[in-house]
Structure formats: structure tokens, C-alpha cells
Ligand binder design. Structure first.
Ligand SMILES: [Zn+2]
Length: 462
């Protein structure tokens, strides 16, 4: 049932499946990438930006309220154009004429995002949209017309040219730019860029590496790695040769202690006082440091794995469901599996490599990777076990990574076989199940098993 290792024909099949999958969509999507840069607005620009944040937040909350009322009255939500059509009157009304101070496309972006949030809710992809608070991260969006001017970003409207730290060239066409202010008081711009041409295909990346497609086995090009989310370690990988363990970054705990101290200090201050605000800002900065340490680690680890492999197999975990388990809560949120898989996903996609997500109910820890015997129970505290059928001694996590890898290879072969039996590229003629319906785009998903509805990756701020 399980294959020992990928051979040439498997990888060829996989490429075939991958390419015909792409052609299913008909249009070739443009490659997009976002870059987050720090902004250093002047005092005057801070004033203007804060005014824009305020207007955008007010319009979101007002619009959301209108949506709720409309829904109560008619059973329908409000469309983007429906929301936009309210704006001219609001800008004329005495009480809300300050809205006209805000760059109009910023407000229109709010309408778009609000109608999308509603749609996502109605179609079961997201929770009900929430009112925005002054105390959380503030943000506005410019749908177009932001330009780079030397070391600065030039925004349309009153904001103008803002000093920025552009650590990587903005070499694509600049599309949407989101300006945000974190609770710690720092400003950032997230710049979405579009590039001509599509991502490289697996075939392209093989040609680039100078290997003719038929000679895969001797290089890393054909490597398949299985990754298991650990509890003690962050991740355990198996690439067909060896098992590697990747520990959680240790300095994370140092920051966690620091956070606890700062939180205690903040809790003692009188509510609404200047000292309280100051202490809250310090706490927010430590949160940011934790988030940065974590992201840095996840970026480096995903880069390493993507560089060394052609196919990455991961479990599609229900992270939300797991956080509810108190024993695991800290471990899971610390390790941010969802973010990690997102990082892997876009890095692989960029290089024309493949991510395979296997079903989270796959008994990766309970299977013997040697004889495929499945044991009934394997409580979390049991770290090693011996197979009653063949007598192989397994370490829990290494064994799981082996099984995940094997399952990934099986799925790839299966979907390649399905593709070839249904005829190349014609599988979509019926129009069924062509589009990935929700969440992160992945190259391969199990088609036979319906996945759980709520499998969003953990959201990240900052
Ligand atoms: Zn066994």
C-alpha cells in the first residue's frame, strides 16, 4: 500500500498531475508578493494618518451597523456599491463632514473589505465581521497610486511622501498598499506587488537546475520530505534518508518571562492613567518582539526545507481545534503551525515546487512505518513504542514523519493516476471541484475525504 521511496516515474507523474491541474484554471494567474516595510512618518504625517485611521474605522463600524440593520429588515446584506452610495451624503452632513478629509479611495477600500467580510461569513469561510476598536491595530488601504520615491513611499492625498526602510527592492508593479499602526506605536506599510508571468512550474525549476527531466534521482530535485508537528520539538522531518529534529527557539521563553513581568506592572497601574498607557505600550512592544522572533524562526526553517526538497508533505491540522485543548494550548500557539505551513506554501509555489497536505485524521503516529500495523491507542505522553506485529522500535515523532511522507507519496501517485485515466486537462469539463474552495491554496488536496470546515491557519498580527 505504501511506497518505500519516490522513483522517477512517480515524480514524472506528479509533474504531469501538477501541470494539468494548473491548466484546469484556464487563466494563468499573475505572481503576487507582499513586502512589509517600516514607515517613519513625520509628526504632521502621523496626525494625518491617525485621522485616516479614525475615518476608516468609523466608516467600517457605521457600515457594519448599516449591514446589520439592513439584514434585520430585508434578510439581505449590503453590497460594496450599496455601501459606497451612502458616502456622498455622509460627507455633506454636518455631523460627519469630516469624512471628506479622508482620501476617498481609502473609504472605498473599507466598503470593499466589509462587503467581502460579509460574503466570507455568509459562505462559511469566516466569523461574523466585528466592530473595530481604537485600542487594536489600526490600518488603512490604498488600492492604487502608491509609488516608491527613493527611500520613501509616496501616498496619494494628504499623507504625501513618507520615509521608509525599504530593505528589499520593490521590483514588481505596486498594487494595494496597507498602512498599519501597531499598538506599540510603530507604522508599517505592506506593499502588494504583481509580477509579469506565472510562477515557475516544477519542469522549469528542473531545467533551471540544469538537470534533464529524466535524471532526477541523483539530485535533490526529486526529494520528498514529510514534516510532523512536534510537541517537544517544533518539527520533525524525514526525507527518505534521515530524520531531523528542529527545536523551538529557546529565546522565546526569555521573552515570555519578560512579557509576564511587564503585564504585571501594567495591571497595577490605574485605568485610563498616563502611566497605564505607557505600561501598555511597553507590553505591546514585548508582544511584537515575541512575534518577530517566532516569524524569523519560521521563515528560516521553511526556507531551509524548501531549498532542500522538491515536495513537502504536511498534515492539515485543525489548529483552532487544538488550541482549545488546554495542555497543548501554549505549545501550539507558540509554534504557530498554521503560519509555518503558509510560509512553506508560498515559498514552494514561488519555485514551482509542491506542497501536499494530508488529512489531519490520518493516523500518522499510530501506524508502524515498517509493516503498516496500526495500534489502537497512543496517548500523548508515550514517546516511544514497539510494534506488536514486526517488533520495530519507534520513536513517536520520527515514525509519524515517515508515515506522513509515505502518505503524501501515495496521494501524489493516486491523483496522477486519476488525472491520466480521466484524460489530460479534461477532468474539469464537468466543472466540478476545480477550484479550491477555501483557505490557503495548495497544490494537492485529498479529494476523497471531505475536510473539516474550520481549518484556518492562525491569524498573525504585526
Ligand atoms: Zn510493525
Amino acid at each position: 500500500m505504501f511506497e518505500e521511496s519516490p522513483n522517477i516515474s512517480r515524480i514524472m507523474l506528479l509533474r504531469y498531475a501538477y501541470n494539468s491541474n494548473r491548466s484546469m484554471f484556464g487563466v494563468v494567474p499573475m505572481r503576487k508578493q507582499a513586502l512589509k516595510v517600516r514607515l517613519y512618518p513625520s509628526d504632521k504625517q502621523i496626525q494625518v494618518l491617525d485621522q485616516h485611521f479614525g475615518c476608516a474605522r468609523w466608516w467600517w463600524n457605521y457600515g457594519l451597523n448599516q449591514c446589520i440593520e439592513t439584514y434585520k429588515a430585508t434578510g439581505k446584506g449590503l453590497s460594496q456599491s450599496g455601501l459606497n452610495s451612502m458616502l456622498p451624503k455622509l460627507k455633506k452632513d454636518k455631523e460627519t463632514e469630516w469624512l471628506s478629509e479622508c482620501y476617498s479611495q481609502v473609504l472605498q477600500s473599507v466598503s470593499l473589505n466589509l462587503s467581502r467580510a460579509y460574503q466570507n461569513f455568509f459562505e462559511g469561510r469566516a466569523k461574523y465581521p466585528r466592530f473595530k476598536s481604537y485600542h487594536h491595530r489600526q490600518s488603512i488601504q490604498y488600492p492604487q497610486k502608491v509609488k516608491q520615491v527613493n527611500d520613501c513611499l509616496k501616498f496619494p492625498g494628504k499623507v504625501g511622501i513618507v520615509k521608509a526602510k525599504i530593505h528589499r527592492p520593490l521590483d514588481g508593479t505596486i498594487k494595494t498598499v496597507t498602512v498599519s499602526k501597531c499598538p506599540s506605536g510603530k507604522y508599517y506599510a505592506s506593499v502588494l506587488m504583481e509580477y509579469d508571468g506565472d510562477n515557475p512550474t516544477p519542469t522549469d525549476s528542473l531545467h533551471k537546475s540544469g538537470n534533464p527531466p529524466m535524471q532526477l534521482s541523483s539530485t535533490t530535485d526529486g526529494k520528498v520530505v514529510g514534516i510532523d508537528l512536534g510537541i517537544k520539538d517544533f518539527a520533525i522531518t524525514y526525507d527518505g534518508d534521515k530524520t531531523s529534529k528542529y527545536a523551538n527557539p529557546k529565546h522565546l521563553y526569555k521573552y515570555q518571562k519578560k512579557l509576564a513581568v511587564k503585564q504585571r506592572i501594567a495591571a497595577r497601574k490605574e485605568k485610563g492613567s498616563n502611566r497605564k498607557n505607557k505600561a501598555n505600550k511597553i507590553t505591546a512592544r514585548v508582544y511584537e518582539q515575541i512575534s518577530n522572533v517566532r516569524q524569523d524562526y519560521l521563515h528560516k526553517l521553511s526556507r531551509k526545507i524548501v531549498d532542500n526538497n522538491q515536495v513537502v508533505v504536511v498534515e492539515n491540522l485543525n489548529v483552532k481545534g487544538m488550541v482549545r485543548n488546554h495542555k497543548l494550548a501554549k505549545a501550539i500557539s507558540d509554534t504557530s503551525w498554521g503560519t509555518f505551513v503558509n510560509f512553506l506554501s508560498y515559498k514552494l509555489e514561488k519555485e514551482g515546487k509542491v506542497l501536499v497536505e494530508i488529512n489531519r485524521w490520518f493516523p500518522s503516529s499510530k501506524l508502524c512505518s515498517n509493516c503498516h500495523y496500526q495500534i489502537r491507542d497512543l496517548p500523548l505522553e508515550i514517546r516511544a513504542w514497539t510494534c506488536p506485529s514486526c517488533g520495530t522500535h519507534h520513536h513517536r515523532d520520527g515514525n509519524a514523519a515517515q508515515n506522513i511522507r509515505a502518505e503524501g507519496i501515495r496521494l501524489l501517485a493516486l491523483s496522477a493516476a486519476e488525472m491520466s485515466s480521466s484524460g489530460m486537462g479534461e477532468a474539469n469539463a464537468s466543472g466540478e471541484d476545480v477550484r479550491p474552495t477555501r483557505g490557503r491554496k495548495s497544490k494537492m488536496r485529498q479529494s476523497s475525504v471531505k475536510l473539516e470546515a474550520n481549518t484556518h491557519p492562525l491569524g498573525e498580527c504585526g
